[in-house]
Design a protein around this ligand. Structure first.
Ligand code: GDP
Length: 306
């Protein structure tokens, strides 16, 4: 929690300061409510959820006759937490499974998303978390489109001390590399195979073809435990539109929201969960190997409100 606070506050989040300014008055005027609404919109909470939240808050403030700004703040916190939904299952499924023939198969985590959102970095950080947790890990460099991507992943692999399966040539079939990685993991009795993919958003049909093929060949070897969609928190609504396409084609099971350290727009968590109906499971808080954290709604809202 303190690290998240530290990171979010270093990004100079104006949300907490603005909210605090409004909510420290003894009487909320119409202008104050507008300001509150604007602040939430600026933090990318999204129009729908913001409207609902303000309505609910106003009603409760009126009905309960709340005057004390501290009480209003507590109520706002409660409502924000409810919006983020603390009841969702955010655990990451990384336990090895069993194939139809009874043999042990690794948990396969497919990582998808638009280029530049932080997929490769997330795979590297996640590998580190898993290794620290005593798991064995293999990385699959199925982003064969960008020449440097496999190198970048392999660098992470060496750093964390895990094997990276890759192709020697650019433009190789990503599905073939993914298949290789899972097969290698299976042969070596690895616990988890993390597969990095290319994020070409050429068009929906192309993406569907590519991810569909990757998924099909992987599941010939082992079931998919997780499909994580990586989303850059700094891209706001635009990122959300792209995310929608991925979630439609890839059967996403969880979201990784990266670059939360570089934005005051943390409210995107609310918007993205609402929009995609999938929980945020992990957050990226920097470029370093230790900058990946499980997403904790309460800690997150507290950090937002700082
Ligand atoms: P990919 O194209 O989706 O694989 O994206 P990369 O993993 O190559 O990341 C793109 C850039 O974002 C790199 O410079 C990363 O260091 C940076 N990055 C990734 N995650 C985070 C994060 O959580 N915070 C910050 N500040 N930078 C990040």
């Amino acid at each position: 929690l303190s690290r998240l606070r530290d990171r979010l506050s270093r990004s100079g989040s104006p949300l907490g300061a603005r909210l605090l300014a409004v909510l420290s008055k003894d009487h909320l005027t119409e202008d104050d409510w507008d300001e509150l609404e604007e602040t939430l919109l600026l933090a990318d909470v999204g129009a729908g959820p913001t409207g609902e939240l303000i309505d609910a808050l106003r009603t409760r403030v009126r009905v309960e006759g709340l005057k004390d700004p501290a009480q209003v703040r507590a109520l706002l916190r409660e409502q924000l937490v409810a919006l983020v939904d603390p009841t969702l299952d955010r655990s990451l499924h990384t336990d090895p499974g069993t194939a139809a023939d009874g043999s042990r198969v690794p948990a396969v985590v497919l990582v998808v998303g638009v280029n530049g959102t932080g997929k490769t970095t997330t795979v590297g950080k996640l590998a580190r978390v898993l290794v620290a947790d005593g798991r064995t890990v293999v990385l699959g460099a199925a982003d064969t489109f960008r020449a440097a991507a496999a190198d970048q992943l392999q660098t992470w692999g060496s750093r964390v001390g895990v094997h990276t399966v890759r192709s020697d040539r650019d433009g190789a079939d990503p599905a073939a590399v993914a298949f290789d990685a899972v097969r290698t993991g299976r042969a070596e009795g690895t616990d988890v195979v993390l597969v990095d993919t290319a994020g070409r958003l050429q068009n929906k049909a192309g993406l569907m073809d590519e991810l569909g093929k990757i998924t099909r060949v992987i599941t010939r070897e082992a079931p998919l435990s997780e499909v994580l969609l990586v989303l850059d928190a700094t891209t706001g609504q635009n990122g959300l539109n792209q995310a929608r396409v991925f979630s439609e084609v890839a059967g996403v099971t969880g979201i990784v929201l990266t670059k939360l350290d570089g934005t005051a727009k943390g409210g995107i968590v609310v918007a993205v969960q609402r929009e995609l109906g999938v929980p945020v499971k992990l957050v990226g808080l920097g470029e370093g190997p230790d900058d990946l954290a499980p997403f904790d709604p309460e800690a997150f809202v507290d950090a937002l409100l700082l």
